[in-house]
Write a protein that binds this ligand. Structure first.
Ligand SMILES: [Zn+2]
Length: 431
């Protein structure tokens, strides 16, 4: 009996301790997820969805070769595009672009173009979160879309057979330039004067191949470009060189010169090339001052449009494009598509002539100057140019010795002389 009682006692004790253990276990199970769960929850929290991009404005430029449409946005976007009704010649079509995660800005309006390639551009909310941009086109051959950053834009270049007569187009172009940009077109009287071949030009058919040049001083307005240690701004230096170059090209080569800017104003990159195409320029020269993280870097280099071959070049392109390295690689991925009408060989040739002459001229005064040679890079300002076009880095503003040169108007004159000689050499070589 005693034995039985102690047995029961033992069983009760055992049952109780089992119950306690399982309760404790349950409690610890309840507790432990809280301990381990907290960091897991933080990891799994999805990032807040980016606010929709505002579609702010439509702009356009009609050039002899293509029509460029710019869609301004308040942030970078992704998009889908396709062509509708691309039929036989003469049949109108549509290019449709659906901008993802976007909404209409308050001031956006449709635009009428009517230049023989694009009738106009319409914009509307297609469905919640998707703005649809539609280009109503005439007889188009192809079109390209590429993004720009800071400020964010989508650029649409439309090519085709323009039925418009040249004379009508030219007067239209003058109006467009006057209305749409700060670029300077020669006044009609000056224009006739400047393009009328001089007696000496008649004897040199090569001169006639190059009659009009667009000189593009980089940056301007709110974009200072690279800034030297003393505070010298690239935009001031390159404007001074560009204005001197204009005078020399007019006086010494009798060429017609159009400046993308002749004052301290901001001109978007896509507009600079559009200006060159619009005025039917034969050459395009963009003038810059270089900058590098390594303050010892110095010398002269000249670029034409192509993929960057080194990280350094990609970094410079990011700087000149006013964008990030990541965006440069996006551009590189679509660059070949954008280069269909780029005069690659002629641009390389122009770059060689300008680099050689600029180096020779500057070295004549500054013996320690280095030639870094002709290079290739993905510069937005050259994208879409249909004439030989280059970007010249005259010196490093980030190098204190070269910054001192760049501060001196006599150096601006020297640089302009060097670029002039290069252009002269290029024209002579066309014989
Ligand atoms: Zn620059």
């Amino acid at each position: 009996m005693r034995h039985l009682r102690s047995c029961i006692y033992l069983l009760i004790t055992l049952a109780l301790s089992l119950a306690l253990v399982s309760a404790a276990d349950a409690a610890s199970k309840k507790k432990s997820p809280q301990k381990t769960k907290r960091p897991a929850v933080v990891k799994q929290e999805p990032p807040p969805p980016p606010p929709p991009a505002q579609v702010l404005e439509l702009k356009h430029w009609s050039t002899p070769d293509y029509t460029r449409v710019a869609v301004s946005l308040d942030r970078d976007v992704t998009w889908k595009s396709y062509e509708l009704d691309k039929g036989s010649a003469g049949k109108p079509g549509r290019i449709v672009i659906d901008i993802q995660n976007s909404q209409l800005g308050a001031a956006i309006r449709d635009i009428t173009i009517g230049d023989g390639l694009v009738k106009g551009v319409r914009v509307a909310l297609f469905r919640a979160g998707v703005v649809r941009v539609v280009l109503d086109t005439d007889q188009i051959i192809d079109y390209k879309i590429f993004p720009l950053s800071d400020p964010s834009k989508l650029i649409i270049d439309v090519r085709g057979e323009r039925p418009t007569e040249i004379s009508r187009l030219e007067s239209g172009l003058t109006n467009l330039v006057n209305a749409a940009s700060a670029a300077e077109l020669p006044k009609p009287a000056e224009h006739r004067e400047a393009t009328k071949p001089r007696p000496s030009q008649k004897q040199h058919p090569a001169i006639a191949k190059v009659r009009r040049i667009v000189v593009d001083p980089g940056h301007g307005g709110h974009d200072p470009g690279a800034v030297g240690q003393s505070g010298l701004q690239e935009k001031e230096v390159v404007l001074s060189i560009g204005l001197k170059l204009r005078k020399k090209l007019q006086d010494e080569l009798g060429l017609d010169v159009v400046m993308t800017r002749s004052t301290d104003v901001f001109i978007p990159l896509e507009e600079r090339t559009a200006i060159a195409n619009k005025v039917g320029a034969d050459l395009f020269v963009s003038i810059h001052a270089n900058a590098a993280p390594n303050r010892n870097a110095s010398g002269i280099e000249t670029y034409y449009l192509n993929l960057a071959k080194t990280e350094k070049v990609a970094q410079l392109a990011a700087k000149e494009n006013g964008t990030s390295l990541e965006k440069v690689s996006t551009l590189q991925a679509i660059l070949f598509d954008l280069m269909a009408n780029y005069k690659l060989n002629d641009s390389a040739h122009l770059a060689e002539e300008v680099q050689k002459a600029l180096y020779k001229t500057i070295k004549g005064r500054h013996n320690d100057t280095k030639s870094l040679g002709v290079k290739q890079g993905p510069f937005y300002v050259l994208v879409g140019a249909t004439m030989p076009s280059i970007l010249v880095e005259t010196a490093f503003i980030s190098n204190s010795a070269e910054e001192a040169h760049l501060q001196d108007p006599a150096f601006h004159d020297l640089a302009a002389d060097g670029i002039l000689d290069g252009i002269r050499g290029y024209i002579a070589s066309l014989n």
